[in-house]
Design a binder for this molecule. Structure first.
Ligand SMILES: *Cc1c(COP(=O)(O)O)cnc(C)c1O
Length: 464
């Protein structure tokens, strides 16, 4: 058949819309979505025909393509995935999971009116800061505190509030970039502060700061180099020494701590990371950190510090632009409350629970999962377990290899990259690591639900 006659055999839009299966779709989905899907399917077929690609243009074939397209279009863009990577605070997969109690609090304030800015005792207007301020103070020892949209906003607000139009002294070794768009020099410029770099990449001494002090100095800044380490011939000035220097010259000191550690992680066998309380005790005027890295709460920026500094930040015009919404506040309040009992925090906050899951438990879960896969999928895969390492992720604990046991899957009828891609496009998508022709599934970041999802997805792919 020539191209013109082929094009004439293409079903018309109305012919497809009239079909019972397609009109049934329009009852459960917006009509425009279905009509768009029909048009797009027919347009794509027309283009293929014009390009000389052979296509089945029967009404049945077109209709079944439309059904698939409607289902794809109706799927939420932001939805669950299974994280089998073993990277706990996975920046691309939503960082930290909320505890059950935090998620319930979000659900409650989302569906009800709430005390967001209302004081039930006086019947008057309240402040949204009250829900978390005393908790942060209690957990960090700070005089005052507030929370904003994320740590980037916390740093920006801190710099703008304390040092706009003034000089901020920072070590060259701490001019970090975190996740692409957060770069200390850029944030500094946007805040209106003037950056004064001192020292070298690997070594900065106290006298470097001291020599840079001028009457225009507004702040000494220390940044936690969360996602990398300079090792070897290195030197950093401790926060204590910066505070003492600042004190002698009446210049405040701010620390961007990044990860948000509220409890000494060594308590649970993890590597040492400075806590917010330690920086407050060292005398920092302001400390900022993320709410959804090691802290394990919702996306937020925690700001703790001296009373007069926090009071000024609360009143800053930028504070409104970076303030938290009620759902985040609900999740943050519950997460912080959980920390009042640290061991409960370790059990209930998923980020902490995953990071501290005992090695023996991970090994047991890996063996169980590999048995389930082997039983369900016959000889489609070669399944086993192996020693490997998990990571904290999110730029936290960058040097820490956290030992784990992974399930290894070697597909027998396709390549590992193809299996990896198929798992990614199953529903929910499953994200696994590839290593030397094997797929690795780390039980550390899998919930009990996830394990069943992995088994059935692998079974489905084996059958197809
Ligand atoms: C992660 C991080 C930030 C950015 O925090 P967000 O909560 O992602 O905005 C800033 N500074 C440091 C040191 C960090 O580790």
């Amino acid at each position: 058949m020539d191209i013109q006659s082929l094009l004439r055999t293409l079903p018309k839009v109305d012919r497809i819309l009239e079909r019972e299966d397609i009109s049934a779709l329009a009852e459960t989905h917006p009509r425009t979505l279905v009509t768009d899907a029909v048009r797009e399917t027919i347009d794509a077929l027309r283009e293929d025909i014009l390009a000389g690609v052979e296509r089945d243009v029967s009404v049945d074939a077109v209709a079944s393509q439309v059904v698939e397209l409607v289902q794809m279009k109706a799927m939420r863009s932001l939805r669950r995935v299974v994280n089998a990577t073993g990277i706990v605070v996975h920046t691309n997969l939503g960082r930290s999971l909320l505890s059950d109690e935090a998620a319930r609090a979000v659900d409650e304030v989302a569906r009800s009116y709430s005390t967001l800015e209302y004081d039930v005792e006086t019947g008057e207007r309240g402040s949204r800061h009250t829900h978390v301020e005393s908790l942060i103070s209690r957990l960090t020892g700070a005089e005052a505190a507030m929370a904003v949209n994320n740590n980037a906003a916390a740093v920006l607000l801190g710099l703008a509030g304390i040092a706009r139009g003034r000089e901020v002294i920072v070590s060259r070794g701490q001019l970090v970039e975190i996740g692409g768009s957060f770069r200390v020099p850029d944030v500094m410029r946007e805040s209106g502060a003037v950056m004064v770099e001192v020292g070298t990449t690997n070594k900065t001494h106290l006298h470097d700061y001291e020599n840079a002090l001028t009457p225009a100095t507004g702040l000494l800044l220390k940044v936690h180099t969360s996602n990398y380490r300079v090792v070897g011939f290195t030197e950093e000035v401790s926060l204590e020494k910066l505070v003492a220097l600042g004190g002698r010259h009446a210049v405040p000191v701010m620390e961007d701590q990044g990860s948000g550690v509220l409890v000494d992680l060594r308590r649970w066998g993890l590597p040492y990371e400075p806590t917010v309380a330690e920086s407050i005790a060292a005398g920092a005027d302001l400390v900022t950190c993320s709410g959804d890295k090691l802290l394990g709460g919702p996306q937020a920026g925690i700001i703790a510090g001296k009373w007069h500094v926090i009071a000024a930040l609360k009143k800053h015009p930028m504070a409104r632009a970076v303030r938290l919404d009620k759902m985040t506040l609900a999740a943050l309040e519950v997460t912080l409350r959980t920390y009042l009992d640290p061991d409960r925090a370790c059990r209930e906050i998923p980020t902490l629970r995953m990071l501290t899951t005992p090695r023996a438990e991970l090994a047991t879960r890996a063996v169980r999962l590999s048995d389930q896969i082997a039983n369900a999928c016959g000889d489609a895969y070669l399944v086993g377990t192996a020693d490997d390492v998990s990571r904290a992720g999110g730029g936290a604990l960058p040097m820490a290899d956290i030992p784990t046991t992974v399930v290894t899957v070697v597909p027998q009828h396709m390549g590992a990259t193809e299996l990896e891609a198929r798992l990614r496009s199953s529903e929910p998508p499953i994200v696994a690591r590839i290593n030397a022709g094997r797929l690795l599934f780390d039980p550390r970041t899998l919930t009990a639900d996830d394990e069943a999802v992995v088994v059935s997805a692998l079974k489905e792919i084996a059958r197809a």
